[in-house]
Design a protein around this ligand. Sequence first.
Ligand SMILES: Cc1cc2nc3c(=O)[nH]c(=O)nc-3n(C[C@H](O)[C@H](O)[C@H](O)COP(=O)(O)OP(=O)(O)OC[C@H]3O[C@@H](n4cnc5c(N)ncnc54)[C@H](O)[C@@H]3O)c2cc1C
Ligand SMILES: *[C@@H]1O[C@H](CO)[C@@H](O)[C@H](O)[C@H]1NC(C)=O
Ligand SMILES: *[C@@H]1O[C@H](CO)[C@@H](O)[C@H](O)[C@H]1NC(C)=O
Ligand SMILES: *[C@@H]1O[C@H](CO)[C@@H](O)[C@H](O)[C@H]1NC(C)=O
Ligand SMILES: *[C@@H]1O[C@H](CO)[C@@H](O)[C@H](O)[C@H]1NC(C)=O
Ligand SMILES: *[C@@H]1O[C@H](CO)[C@@H](O)[C@H](O)[C@H]1NC(C)=O
Ligand SMILES: *[C@@H]1O[C@H](CO)[C@@H](O)[C@H](O)[C@H]1NC(C)=O
Length: 465
Amino acid sequence: MIQSTVVPILSLCLLATAFSDDVLRSRKPEVIERDICIIGGGSSGTYSAIRLQQMNKTVALIEKEDRLGGHVDTYVDPVTEQTLDYGVVVWENVSIVRDYFAHLDVPLSDVMLGEAPVSLYADFAHVSEVSPDALTTGNITAGFASYLAQLARYPYLTNGFNLPNPVPEDLLLPWGDFIKKYDLDAIAFAVYSYNQGMGNILAQPTLYVLKYFTASTAIGAFTGGFVTTAHHNNQALYDRALERLGSSALISTHVIKIKRDRKGMEVLTSGPNGLKLIKAQKLLITIPPKLANLKFLDTDPIERAIFGQFNSSYYWNSIIKGSQVPDNTSITNVDVAAPYGIPALPGPYALGYTGVPGLHTVYYSSPYPISDEAVKSDIIAKHANLVELFGYGPATTTPEFVGFQGHNPYELTVSADAIRSGFYGKLESLQGRRRTWWTGAAWQTQDSSAIWNFTETVVLPQLCQ
Ligand SMILES: Cc1cc2nc3c(=O)[nH]c(=O)nc-3n(C[C@H](O)[C@H](O)[C@H](O)COP(=O)(O)OP(=O)(O)OC[C@H]3O[C@@H](n4cnc5c(N)ncnc54)[C@H](O)[C@@H]3O)c2cc1C
Ligand SMILES: *[C@@H]1O[C@H](CO)[C@@H](O)[C@H](O)[C@H]1NC(C)=O
Ligand SMILES: *[C@@H]1O[C@H](CO)[C@@H](O)[C@H](O)[C@H]1NC(C)=O
Ligand SMILES: *[C@@H]1O[C@H](CO)[C@@H](O)[C@H](O)[C@H]1NC(C)=O
Ligand SMILES: *[C@@H]1O[C@H](CO)[C@@H](O)[C@H](O)[C@H]1NC(C)=O
Ligand SMILES: *[C@@H]1O[C@H](CO)[C@@H](O)[C@H](O)[C@H]1NC(C)=O
Ligand SMILES: *[C@@H]1O[C@H](CO)[C@@H](O)[C@H](O)[C@H]1NC(C)=O
């Protein structure tokens, strides 16, 4: 009895002092000196590390997972050895993308995001079939042209959130109101399908929709122009980057604490080879900057006041195996009673066609946090309803998740009021403050090509000054 209460208290005390300077000295972390320490080895962090290496800077790239790549998820089918990208699938065919892949010797090929051989529609929540005719609500070509004309009004959205003051009120309108105001009904469903993971997209400030659905994405979506890895193995880019970075990349490594001062910083990490103390001149943070993610950082009141305003939506990607839905069939979730057919979330976007026998994808979003288990059981329940609805036989076997990832928090947003009050000016003013630079989706948008361009043209030039 006594022990069971004493022991936890004792271990808590130990934990609290575990990383005091004395204890650290006695545990002797290996000291590494680097020009720049980068936190997060996903899209923006890996790109930065490779580019800085090309510029002859020394870096340490810290990634908590056992691989680089962030939102990239490549499934390898154990039977056919076919690979399937169910995280990041495409990039834009622009020089920054081609140069990066060429530097890492990973071949690209053109890709058009195609339809499944059989495309069906259903209201997943109300379990009813939807006719494809119910979806066509106008001239998509004309809608697309109107969208691009709107986007052209805001050239400063290309890189970062360099917003004018006052911020144009149109950018602060909920996206649903912007659609009405500019007659964009015809493309509302398509934009929702591309800008996945935004939760309730119609309620989001228009700013975030325009940032996400870039001109290149719009062109790629409607007329083609995306690229993907020639071997449909996007993880290869990151595996190659890991090789090139060698001991400069620390995977399966957690940041315990960062201490910054005028001269530089100390980053204490714990990984497969024990504790390391990275002494760096500068810091580049690339993870989603919500306060809950930055507990290792010695944040000050200014940083906390800014990052504390971020809210977010949530996004999951998965592969199910053994569905009774035929391999050649996709079923898209549509609510004909809702504006533009966009179903309320949390919920799945579709049961997707993959081209790999026995496999379908399911992408899922929620405006608020829910557990992975809740997402899985909702997918399984809705899948069973679809099997019955379309008469694919009694749903006797439950499909198995052979891939399941939550990339959360996903889209970081603040309220329209905060944007109006200059949130993004304050956010940008953090670049370089306390020898710390920032990049990643929260600073640009959820689009790897756009993130690399922003990193290349805005962040790295300042960082390397
Ligand atoms: C399912 C899905 C499909 C997508 N499809 C596309 C697409 O086809 N094309 C496209 O351009 N974009 C796509 N995106 C969006 C795009 O991938 C993201 O915008 C991009 O990955 C964001 O890059 P980032 O560097 O900000 O974050 P991430 O790529 O998420 O990188 C952050 C990294 O930091 C690591 N990390 C987090 N916390 C810590 C910590 N404390 N210490 C160390 N490491 C940490 C994470 O593990 C992660 O590897 C997709 C996203 C998802 C989820
Ligand atoms: C980096 O170093 C290499 C080898 O010393 C040199 O050839 C190259 O020009 C340098 N690059 C830059 C950008 O300084
Ligand atoms: C990308 O665009 C370039 C230039 O327009 C073109 O030559 C190339 O075929 C396209 N596709 C790939 C995979 O590079
Ligand atoms: C759709 O809009 C385009 C561009 O405005 C126009 O050329 C085309 O004729 C329209 N199509 C139909 C079916 O109205
Ligand atoms: C799709 O698959 C089903 C079941 O295997 C088959 O009956 C149907 O003919 C296929 N349709 C197409 C268009 O390939
Ligand atoms: C923001 O937070 C509130 C309260 O938790 C939530 O209801 C809302 O949907 C959140 N998400 C977004 C993207 O605004
Ligand atoms: C990349 O950034 C440059 C410089 O701001 C800009 O001119 C260009 O349009 C951007 N490219 C893409 C594809 O967004």
